[in-house]
Ligand binder design. Sequence first.
Ligand SMILES: C[S@@+](CC[C@H](N)C(=O)[O-])C[C@H]1O[C@@H](n2cnc3c(N)ncnc32)[C@H](O)[C@@H]1O
Length: 263
Amino acid sequence: MAPALNFTVPRINAATVRADFNELSAVLHYTRAAYGLGLWVSERLLIERLFPDREAHLLEAGCGAGRVTIGLWDLGYRQLTAFDFAVELLDQARSLAAQRGAGSIRFLEANATRLGPALTAAGVAPAAGALFPFNGLMQIPGRENRRRALSGLHAACRPGANLLFTTHDRASSRVERALWRLEAERWARGERDPRLVEFGDRYFAGESGRTFMHLPDRAEVLADLAATGWRHNFDALRRELAHETRAVREFSDECRFWAARRD
Ligand SMILES: C[S@@+](CC[C@H](N)C(=O)[O-])C[C@H]1O[C@@H](n2cnc3c(N)ncnc32)[C@H](O)[C@@H]1O
């Protein structure tokens, strides 16, 4: 009898995500947004509320092509360190910063799950605040890796620093809840996409190329913040905070904003 063939499908990991963000379609998508879209109304509102001191040193994780970084610069923040692990996006961010006279922004290639050595090597001082905008944290596969990233940001910040980030929310609407109930049934039947790491993960193709995203529920994020030394102080769905333009809504679907404080 012929031996059974055993194909193992590799799970998505950091290398998968980095390669996807370095693809031309993703680079074009995020570069266009950095040049043309800028900060969302909700982002600006929370940035100004959480980081009132324009002279404070802010650390931005997953800066991509610099959409939020340049938005911060335009709001008057002058001590900015921004990092990403996708070098093609970083190149675009550096080039946009140079065009906008924002050459003093420090851009670093770094993986959020191994942040300490990169910041030490670059001599980066502790930050007074940190951001991981537009769901970047949830593009890290594996909960223990997302916790590593939260711990790394905690270690990179001073006591009292605020952290601002967004996630999707599996329970944000009736439709989402129904879809995730169906997904839970698929997992129970053993019909999960074998590339996914955990329940809540999605890996899909669209206009910006392939995207990995973990969609948490609220309890999961609260537990991750508590486990990594961040004290939750606020969360809200974007639609509860501001009305966004159609261009913003086309670029990014509904998300939940989170703010936490480093004790
Ligand atoms: C959705 S994009 C957002 C880009 C940009 N902040 C914006 O809002 O347009 C998420 C970014 O997070 C970065 N990212 C994801 N995982 C990362 C990791 N482990 N370390 C560093 N950057 C990461 C990606 O390369 C990508 O640039």
